[in-house]
Design a protein. Sequence first.
Length: 488
Amino acid sequence: MKKLIVSSLALISTSTFALPIDWHGTLGFDTTSINEYRRISQKTDSSSSGNAGGRGTQEVPLGSGGKSTASWQSYVFRLEPNLLVNDSATIKAELTSGYGRGGRLGDDSTQNKEGGFGNALYGQNTTGGTNDLVINKLYMELYSDTATYQIGRHSYHYGLGAFYNAGDDTWDRIPYIRDGVTLKVKLGNFNITPYWARIGSGNSLTKSTRVKETGVSLVYDNVEKDMAFGIHYAKKSNAPFNTDYKADVDLNLPNSAVTTSLGKTDFKITDLYFKKKFGDFKFGVEVPILSGDIGNLTQAETKYNAKAILFESGYKVSDNWSLGFNAGKVSGEDGTSNSFKAMYLNPNYQVANLLFRYNLRAVGDNTLNVYDSYISNAVYLKAIIGYQTEKWNWTGSAIFATAEEAAKTGMTAFNHTTNKTFTANYDQADDLGLEFDLDFNYQWNKEIKIGGSFGYLLTGDYFAYTNTATKNTAQNSYLIQLRTSIDF
């Protein structure tokens, strides 16, 4: 009997490991410090004062202890096994931990709570097990003579990555993910990608609570001519009795304190894309547009009308030097209740080291995440100079940005930081500031990279707005970051 059991286990073990597994992944650690993260010189917290309890102020609350400098250490982790079943099928996955593919060092809140080891934990550190394993992706990829099928939870990337971003770079934290079926068809230079995705099912398995997205992208990519262009069209529908999505715009109305479900939505995503290369010069343009009905976002039936225009370019001066110029216009909300105009780009799509990159309210509020930050309500210009060798990569840039929408006296306005509308008592400046950035990366070897970033923001008066007669004084802010990562 023992020999039979041993033989059976050996057979199972041999069968289990007969299929080849290709392991990829990333592990990175960084340390970040932001001086004057509130971007004002005042050392007292007045974020809850002013019009209707701070509805109109741009001030970021102070954290515990009243410190104006934020610092933290974080990590990113993702493990990507690819299991080759046969010539027609592969199973792919992405495993990670925590929110946003990682977390902050020391963020295990159960470590010092009462109970367990109690006071011993003042001197001894243990894990409380709160960073559970997360399955970001798990899907099968089936290959046929005419198409490739992706079935399950998978990512998607389109154009410049401004709206749909797969998060393939090392420090990308929040990829675009969808559960469903994607069909990839290639006809000459044309790539056709229709898909169906289930975004949510609500509190039942009936049609009355489901959320789905259907769409198709058509991309023409001619490698010989160094040119590509395409269109992505999608429709996202939320059933009327779904309660997963809430109306998150606070209108300062009598019923605005009530958390209302978004209800029935039916809006469209149209994303246009073009890129071209002329010798050493290249450029790309992406224009995502959102339109249609977005349910009860403003406590009543609301139209969605948001868009962005993004431009990126680069010129290779020599084998070592390069120049670039980027620009963008991302719509903001003006506070009217009949439509919602704010566009939010993918959190992986960033243009500066300080502006737009961090959710600064999360510094003093651990219920928020510092990386939940998006480019929105902005017009920006960015000049870039790069220097590259076999091991080193240096990039310097200057970014000038203004707000597309700012408060005007006597008009309804929208606070893009707090998602609240308010009546403006004073005009708000639209100057977000001028930022100077420096980034470097050292390729220690094929897998290991060491890098750092510096950013200095000449803060604009947009952040000094309080909606009162006495505005704050804008304060310049700077960032220092060091990081190291292993890609395998």
